[in-house]
Design a protein around this ligand. Structure first.
Ligand code: ADP
Ligand code: MG
Length: 255
């Protein structure tokens, strides 16, 4: 059983009033299988919020609902106070970075980064200006003309970050963005993500199965288990006062 003291007022917070993101009693069923059970979660503006938990616990499903890939079976999702469930994915203005970052191989780095702006009908001048700024943000200033294949894995992932950040989204979703990288590169990229978040002032929701990564990056984190949020808190709260045996053993595992 989870301990209600550890969820406190952060769990199932009341609607409205300034949250960046609110999941309000969200459920997801696939036929007879319920993969999210009336999940409520409130994320504050500018927070880097990590979702951690074992494989299959529902982390990607929750992010997919925000992104618009996965319709909820029940419940409301609000971004800046507005219910977005009926808003199509391309109208949500949410930046996304996933493990398989899928850069377009036939486009230059600059064209890759500018692509979301082109889709939004921005002028050439504005695209050039914003791409230049995004390249600088991830310290790839001189790489704009290269093809993705001419970059290292870490550089390619930085291009994916720049592409997600190029239109100044208020909200960035990252689903295991560093999962494919080796340990040294992962640590370097964690710094990069922190820097990027500060530069954008964006709210970030970060999914990882790596507890250390979550503890390093996150302002707060939630541990998911079988479609439920087992505990929510700062890394320190979770490590010092794990609310359940499951949380304690999950945080204690080597990643
Ligand atoms: P995580 O990201 O934490 O690994 P997911 O959100 O991907 O977990 O999956 C949660 C559960 O939902 C898993 O049991 C998974 O098998 C199931 N699931 C995900 N997508 C589908 C789908 N399209 N159809 C049926 N089951 C699904
Ligand atoms: Mg997943």
């Amino acid at each position: 059983m989870s301990n209600p003291d550890f969820h406190g007022s952060l769990h199932a917070a009341p609607a409205g009033r300034g949250a960046a993101v609110e999941f309000d009693h969200i459920s997801k069923d696939y036929g007879d299988l319920t993969v999210l059970h009336e999940t409520s979660l409130r994320i504050e503006p500018g927070e880097l919020f990590a979702l951690i938990g074992p494989s299959g616990s529902g982390k990607s499903t929750l992010l997919g609902m925000l992104a618009g890939f996965v319709p909820p079976s029940y419940g409301a999702i609000r971004v800046d106070g507005t219910d977005i469930v009926a808003v199509p994915p391309y109208r949500r203005n949410i930046g996304m970075v996933f493990q398989n970052y899928a850069l377009f191989p036939h486009m230059s780095v600059a064209e890759n980064i500018g692509f979301p702006l082109k889709m939004r009908g921005c002028s050439r001048g504005e695209i050039a200006e914003r791409v230049k700024r995004a390249l600088a943000m991830v310290r790839l200033d001189s790489m704009g003309e290269r093809r993705p294949a001419q970059l290292s894995g870490g550089q390619q992932q930085r291009v994916a970050l720049a592409r997600a950040a190029v239109y100044d989204p208020r909200l960035l979703l990252m689903d295991e963005p560093l999962g494919a990288l080796d340990k040294n590169l992962r640590e370097e990229m964690q710094e990069e993500i922190k820097r990027l978040q500060r530069a954008l002032g964006a709210t970030v929701i970060y999914v990882t199965h790596d507890q250390q990564e979550a503890a390093f990056l996150a302002d707060r984190l939630a541990v998911m288990r079988a479609g439920m949020l087992e505990q929510i808190g700062t890394p320190r709260q979770l490590y010092e006062m794990p609310g359940t045996h499951f949380v304690a053993s999950f945080l204690g595992e080597a990643s």
